[in-house]
Ligand binder design. Structure first.
Ligand code: URA
Length: 234
């Protein structure tokens, strides 16, 4: 692996910052200063330091992406742009996949990881990890509709689990789900003769969509944010 990539994957710097730090002579590999960003290191065997502190290679990568419209939540697709296309090619670590799916026209928080077990944990309804969405719908939602949706509703052979809705007007609000069936929110609104006109995921457990990320931009999760996957607690 390239030395700048190792520093970046370990969350020590962005790719361009890593290059600068390396050129400034702040990085050693097995005790020797290395000034080439593309220097190849064995991430499992070589001892790398930055500013005198050892940099430990991380097995798993966790990325927060602010998904724009028009991208599918897949690793590859013959006809569509995928969320992986938004990650710079040199940062597209092997095995990276979107943790849960957002529809092509849904916006907002997507987490990409190569941690299959962690993703399975946070996606399982058993663990009650809440995914919060901001929505707008075509017609006013009555309080009875809200109650029915919150209690669970038949979306065509499947009865949804209880969820929480907070209305911010008659046709918009937030909805928190602990499960993720195909087109779930759209189908839930259809079940009360309504239609979603805007959908954005704004949080995933304690991980909030970073307001500094423009649509299409991404960053690595912080240590605190990662803890939901690693179940290390806060
Ligand atoms: N529910 C939907 O209908 N679509 C999404 O993208 C996410 C939840």
């Amino acid at each position: 692996m390239r030395l700048d990539k190792l520093l970046c994957e370990c969350g020590k710097a962005s790719r361009s910052e890593a290059g600068k730090l390396i050129r400034l002579g702040k990085v050693t590999v097995n005790g020797t200063v290395v000034k080439k960003a593309d220097f190849k290191v064995d991430e499992h065997a070589d001892k790398v330091t930055l500013g005198g502190c050892e940099v430990c290679y991380k097995k798993f990568t966790y990325i927060m992406l602010n998904k724009p419209e028009g991208y599918v939540s897949a690793t590859d697709d013959p006809n569509e742009k995928t969320v992986l296309d938004l990650i710079d090619i040199e940062d597209r670590r092997k095995g990276l996949f979107p943790c849960g799916r957002l529809d092509k026209n849904t916006l907002g928080l997507v987490i990409l990881t190569n941690d299959g077990e962690g993703a399975h944990y946070v996606l399982s309804p058993k663990h009650h990890v809440k995914k919060l969405y901001r929505f707008e719908c075509q017609a006013p939602l009555s309080s009875e509709d809200v109650k029915n949706l919150e209690n669970g509703i038949d979306i065509g052979g499947y009865f949804t689990k209880p969820c929480t809705i907070n209305m911010e007007g008659l046709q918009s609000g937030t909805i928190a789900l602990t499960e993720g069936k195909y087109h779930q929110i759209k189908r839930m609104l259809e079940a009360v003769d309504n239609k979603i006109t805007y959908l954005e995921r704004i949080s995933f457990g304690d991980i909030l969509l970073d307001p500094s990320l423009e649509r299409g931009q991404w960053r690595y999760l912080t240590k605190d944010e990662e803890s939901i996957f690693l179940r290390t607690g806060k």
